[in-house]
Design a protein around this ligand. Structure first.
Ligand code: MRU
Length: 340
């Protein structure tokens, strides 16, 4: 079983033929674990963002296949579980990378599919923890100008197997004295920044300030942001990157104000089969997420809503890609070791 990650947080763990996850929709008010007992439970948890973040979606789905195999080890049932999980969220590359791995493990017709698929899920989880630790080792190379770093959404332990991507890197930079604190965008409409990143930074005892997404431009213009580091949901072959909606805004601002802008992601987020950002499927979420705030309607009935979960940042706006295989400039991506 994989050990706990940053701050001792274990966002997902296999426990006696069930999957135990932190229900992230309840944070920060309540820390509640939820036991998932079927592939339907796993698909619901991913759809409802009880578990979220590209690497964690992939890991949880892999365990979901193992769970399905433990209940019904027939090839058709395993195939149906994989198909059901593929349909949960369309943007995160890590989901499809993990399910492809599970499918390959299943196609060898193992004598004991439940055992083989659980071992594969555990290996996917362990590989992500290793990738997160390797990413964090790049902090000294990334944060060359000490100061406050800005980030969006949640890219910490809660978004991964337990080590984080951009937030893990930022935490490592803080421990080295290169990051003084973190400007956290609240991340409308689901507030992953306010609810999850602020909570994680409190656990880690790292100074932070929370700001409305719309305050980013004026804050960056003051010169108080030394660097911007975000995660990614899918990185296309040309370096265009899908991440939480609002990331593109930060990249445009970084470009205008000459602030280093870093995309931080493990190799499982890089997608050699998608040529450019135009081909990345962007998840559109329900209008209710924008129409209702804190349980109260905030727009008149009949309002139509544009609610993409992600946006695409052009490779030309990205300063570097920080990965478990090293740090790459956009013009170094082509020949780098991240495509395998
Ligand atoms: O909709 P979410 O919360 O799953 O979106 C998460 C993000 O956009 C993260 O930045 C990305 O998945 C990287 S997580 C390490």
């Amino acid at each position: 079983m994989a050990a706990g990650g940053q701050g001792g947080i274990r966002p997902v763990r296999w426990h006696r033929n069930t999957l135990v996850v932190i229900d992230q929709t309840r944070l920060p008010q309540e820390y509640v674990e939820r036991t998932l007992r079927s592939v339907e439970d796993v698909a619901e948890a991913i759809n409802r963002l009880r578990v979220r973040g590209a690497p964690l979606i992939g890991i949880t789905a892999a365990y979901g296949v193992a769970l399905a195999a433990s209940l019904a080890p027939e090839p058709t049932a395993i195939r149906a579980a994989i198909d059901q999980l593929r349909a949960t969220r369309p943007t995160a590359r890590d989901l499809f990378a993990a399910l492809d791995r599970m499918e390959r493990a299943a196609t060898h017709n193992p004598a004991d599919p439940a055992r083989v698929l659980l071992d594969e899920a555990l290996a996917i989880h362990a590989a992500d923890l290793t990738a997160g630790r390797l990413i964090a080792t790049q902090a000294a190379q990334v944060f060359t100008t000490p100061g406050w770093t800005m980030t969006i959404c949640n890219t910490g332990a809660l978004a991964t197997g337990g080590e984080g991507t951009a937030l893990g890197l930022i935490a490592a930079g803080y421990r080295l004295g290169l990051v003084s604190g973190v400007y956290v965008l609240e991340t409308r409409p689901i507030l992953q920044g306010a609810r999850l990143t602020a909570w994680e930074l409190q656990q880690l005892d790292i100074p932070f300030q929370l700001l409305p997404d719309s305050a980013a431009a004026s804050l960056i213009a003051t010169g108080r942001v030394a660097a911007i580091a975000t995660g990614a949901d899918r990185i296309a072959r040309n370096g265009d990157t899908a991440n939480k909606v609002g990331t593109r805004m930060l990249a445009e601002l970084a470009d205008r104000h000459q602030v280093p802008f870093h995309i931080v992601a493990p190799r499982t987020t890089f997608d050699a089969a998608t040529p450019s950002g135009a081909a990345i499927p962007i998840e559109q979420r329900a209008g209710v997420e924008v129409m209702v705030f804190n349980g109260q309607p905030v727009a008149p009935d009949g309002t139509t809503v544009y609610n993409p979960a992600f946006d695409v940042t052009d490779a030309g706006l990205i300063g570097s890609y920080v990965t478990d295989a090293g740090v790459f400039a956009p013009n170094e991506l082509e020949d780098s070791r991240i495509w395998n």
